[in-house]
Design a protein around this ligand. Structure first.
Ligand SMILES: [Zn+2]
Length: 310
């Protein structure tokens, strides 16, 4: 049942009238996933030739004009039709995840919903629903998700064709058929499967070797010295626990640095800032190491010359 529903859910345009096929559709109408069926007329404009369909009663037909040019129309076939109720899936999933009163939040109209938060030891993990398909404008969806949080996210996509543009280290993406099934009584979520994803070790985008000597991001390697090792070990552990950023003053104190620093840049070289970033008293490991030419705000000519020699 789920596949049939998802093919309607993803079809475009979203508000298209679907000719009612009783056998295939009645269960979905009963569930509320499809709207109540209505009498429908196929209509052709006698002026511009535009063809369209409208749900209407017989007594309304005299008032119908062409939706394209306002011209006179003629009626052809009559049938029953229904429509996909796009919010239904988000509503049901939100209740499954967040309890009977949970209402999903629409983030991108007809595309992206925030369903609920899953509570974990590292905080709340939001769960989203994406209405995917072949032609999805991804930039607004990706930027909305980034705006939401940089912490862990779980995204349920209606399609198993997961676009790599949606992938991110902090985002676990499931095709909805991996974690849900649909029966005539409704939709069921495999909460154990979802729960495993929520509590699994946080996906890391960097590697800190066991002796804390080297921090690797992609192909870039930073060699750590003295207190930097403990500083980075603590920072990596915080990321591993799902924290997006950490207060740098506490971290420096724990790592055995002098307490008199008023800025992180006093303690660390521009080379180190290629791998970490700081704002509002917090520090975090960058998703990507900065290229050497852009490292740090206050690089001397000599440092640049050294880089060129490497
Ligand atoms: Zn017309």
């Amino acid at each position: 049942m789920l596949y049939r529903y998802l093919s309607w859910f993803e079809s475009e345009p979203a508000d298209a009238l679907l000719p009612y096929d009783g056998e295939a559709m009645s269960n979905f109408v009963t569930l509320g996933a499809l709207s109540a069926i209505q009498r429908t007329r196929q209509i052709t404009c006698m002026d511009c030739g535009h063809e369209f369909a409208l749900q209407l009663y017989g007594w309304q037909e005299g008032d119908v004009k062409c939706v394209a040019c306002g011209g006179r129309v003629k009626f052809t076939t009559e049938y029953m039709s229904t429509q996909i109720k796009l919010d239904w899936l988000a509503d049901v999933l939100a209740r499954r995840l967040g309890g009977p009163d949970k209402v999903p939040q629409t983030l991108v109209e007809r595309r992206l919903w925030r369903l609920a938060n899953a509570a974990t030891s590292a905080g709340e993990v939001p769960v989203y629903l994406l209405r995917a398909g072949w032609h999805v404008p991804l930039p607004p969806i990706v930027s909305k998700l980034q705006e939401e949080s940089t912490g862990r996210q779980i995204l349920l996509s209606s399609s198993p064709l997961i676009n790599e543009k949606l992938a991110d280290t902090n985002r676990t993406i499931f095709a909805i058929d991996e974690v849900a099934r649909m029966e005539t009584e409704g939709i069921w979520l495999d909460l154990r499967r979802l729960g495993n994803a929520v509590t699994a070790p946080y996906p890391l985008w960097f590697d800190l070797d066991p002796s804390n000597d080297r921090l690797t991001i992609g192909n870039e390697v930073l060699v750590l010295r003295r207190n930097q090792k403990e500083f980075m070990r603590l920072l990596a552990a915080a990321h591993k626990a799902g924290h997006r950023a950490v207060n740098w003053k506490n971290l420096m104190r724990q790592a055995g640095y002098d307490a008199n620093y008023t800025s992180l840049t006093q303690a660390f070289s521009p080379e180190l800032f290629r791998f970490i970033d700081t704002a509002k008293g917090d520090v975090w490991i960058r998703k990507e190491a900065l290229p050497r030419s852009r490292a740090g705000p206050s690089r001397s000519f000599k440092e640049r010359a050294n880089d060129d020699n490497h």
